[in-house]
Design a protein around this ligand. Structure first.
Ligand code: F6R
Length: 262
């Protein structure tokens, strides 16, 4: 894992957006896995800026979102579909047919999950997967207890996740109880995973994800097995890491090495 610790949220979004920009420039038809939530919002703003000011081209980019609430139609203002169009896609030149977000309002959800997995395979897999992390260590909606072998499926949300996400709804009762989510195995098969975390509330989950034992209890910890993971943290999210100084030291030398090799 490459752990990059930056002073604050602004620096985190800048760093993450630059990584995504670079990958799109190298591979214009990049298959990009995307997340919703508060953490990636600044990254989306930055990418919109790169599109508007530096002509970053999304016309060939394909995107696959991690998850969607069961029961909400794409037009529902709390759906992740609505979130993505409203906060990102409408401001860039992505083609609608290149955007994939699970549908939560389909009758045969199981068949839809299988179709989603198939679609990811068909395009050659996800090149870069953007991830946030829940306070309980979830990625996507893979709540604690999720299996390493899991694929896109329906998950029951934990009371903590319902509580956390109720900030977007009128009240807790309105938060859907289920979601469709890519599985741990689906995420694991992405060629590069980019995990972001900001703020003190994520510090424990980050410590357990990076330095704790790999366990279904902390689904994000499975990333320790992945060959290419970049974790970008602000100081607060990194505050409980035991080897924080080493990660900073090692990143400094890594950058120096990259400069020397140019
Ligand atoms: C959302 C998702 C979730 C969030 C996580 C953190 O698509 O995959 O795993 O990344 O719940 O959410 P925020 O960023 O709102 O703290």
């Amino acid at each position: 894992m490459r752990v990059i610790i930056v002073p604050d949220y602004d620096a985190l979004t800048e760093e993450a957006a630059r990584i995504i920009k670079k990958e799109i420039e190298i591979k214009p038809d990049l298959v990009l896995g995307l997340a919703t939530g508060t953490t990636p919002l600044g990254v989306y703003r930055k990418l919109i800026q790169f599109h508007q000011e530096e002509s970053l081209d999304f016309s060939k980019v394909r995107t696959f979102n991690l998850d969607e609430y069961v029961g909400l139609s794409p037009k529902h203002p709390m759906s992740y579909n609505y979130f993505m169009w409203n906060n990102f896609f409408r401001y860039i030149n992505i083609r609608e047919e290149n955007v994939y977000i699970p549908r939560g309002d389909i009758k045969d959800l199981q068949a839809h999950c299988r179709w989603y997995e198939q679609k990811i395979k068909q395009v050659g897999g996800i090149d870069l997967q953007l991830l946030g992390i829940g306070r309980d260590g979830h990625i996507g909606f893979n709540e604690p207890g999720s299996s390493f072998g899991s694929r896109t499926r329906i998950k029951t949300l934990t009371p903590e996740t319902i509580e956390d996400n109720s900030r977007f709804f009128k009240n807790k009762e309105e938060v859907p109880k289920y979601a469709i989510t890519m599985g741990i195995r689906t995420i694991y098969e992405a060629k590069h995973c980019l995990l972001l975390a900001s703020g003190k509330t994520k510090a424990r989950a980050i410590r357990e994800c990076i330095e704790g034992p790999v366990s279904a209890f902390v689904p994000a910890s499975f990333l320790q097995f992945h060959p290419q993971v970049t974790v970008i943290l602000d100081e607060q999210a990194a505050s409980e890491l035991q080897r924080k100084d080493y990660y900073k030291h090692s990143e400094k030398f890594q950058r120096q090495l990259e400069e020397d090799l140019k």
